[in-house]
Design a protein around this ligand. Sequence first.
Ligand SMILES: [Zn+2]
Length: 129
Amino acid sequence: MRDDTYLANRLNCLWAKYFSDVPKKEDVKIHFGRKALYRFGSIKFCFTDKTVRVTINGRFQDKKYPREIIDHTIAHELVHYAQGFPTPGPALHRYPHRGGVIDKELEARGLSRLTGFYKDWAKDYIKNL
Ligand SMILES: [Zn+2]
């Protein structure tokens, strides 16, 4: 089973490699949440301690889910962060998923391989639910 340390390592690795231009303005924490069917990840600003919390679907603790799916989910949340979500203050895009902005930015950052992997995987995942 994967744990939160595994997630922190993946986050740091992806940040260093693909998001190094994005300043870490807050402490960014990552952890596994509940097991969900459709929601793979989320990012939110926590006002009480001024940290940013990334939550990854608890299902993905199981190693039968490929690492690329976790990487894709983390990268997706990092794009939100790079684009100004969920920090209080101005955001570049008011509606974060409109017009494929996430996929476009993943591609611009050299992560289109992950997007392709995710799309193929998601088809099978939904078929087998
Ligand atoms: Zn999103």
